[in-house]
Design a protein around this ligand. Structure first.
Ligand SMILES: [Fe+2]
Ligand SMILES: [Fe+2]
Length: 175
């Protein structure tokens, strides 16, 4: 049986140190290790959702012009599984219990709609992982932040693949 490292539940450290130019100084957002576990479990539910969506959509998407994206969606499914394993590992390391619940997966028989659902999920995921990197670093969990950065790079590639298949630019993520 493995022993979890001790963690100081309820210890608070700042996660954001800057505010946009011109805004009054903001109080730094604060996070505990317990809260980080909760947020990582939300990430894990989103990764399960992504696995299910990509497994199903890659097989049911029809139409000659969607055949190359179907192959990419199948590859995404495998990458999302690796993300889920990495996130579950971080939750276990922090002393938490990885969730077994997936976020709800929307279905459609229209290829564009399936790609639109995936694009929205990837965009939400990217925003969440950007926050998570900052939160991990604020807690001194630098290796965890690196694991999440590596996932983030793949999520951004997924987002670009989907936007390209829909014939658009990837969403502006600067805000
Ligand atoms: Fe993922
Ligand atoms: Fe993804």
């Amino acid at each position: 049986m493995r022993v979890h490292p001790p963690h100081e539940q309820g210890s608070h450290v700042p996660t954001k140190f800057t505010s946009p130019a011109g805004d009054p100084p903001r109080q730094p957002e604060r996070i505990s290790r317990a809260r980080l576990i909760e947020l990582l479990n939300e990430d894990l539910s989103r990764e399960y959702q992504a696995i299910i969506a990509y497994v199903v959509y890659s097989q049911v998407i029809k139409g000659a012009k969607f055949m190359s994206i179907a192959t990419e969606l199948e590859a995404h499914a495998g990458e999302e599984l690796q993300h889920a394993i990495t996130i579950a590992k971080q939750i276990d390391y922090l002393g938490g219990d990885p969730t077994v619940v997936a976020d709800k997966v929307k279905t459609s028989d229209k290829p564009e709609e399936m790609l639109r659902f995936d694009l929205k999920n990837e965009t939400d995921t990217i925003r969440a992982y950007r926050d998570r990197v900052r939160q991990c670093e604020a807690l001194g969990e630098f290796a965890m932040a690196e694991h999440i950065r590596a996932i983030l790079m793949q999520e951004q590639e997924h987002q670009i693949d989907l936007a390209t298949a829909l014939g658009e630019d990837p969403p502006d993520m600067t805000s």
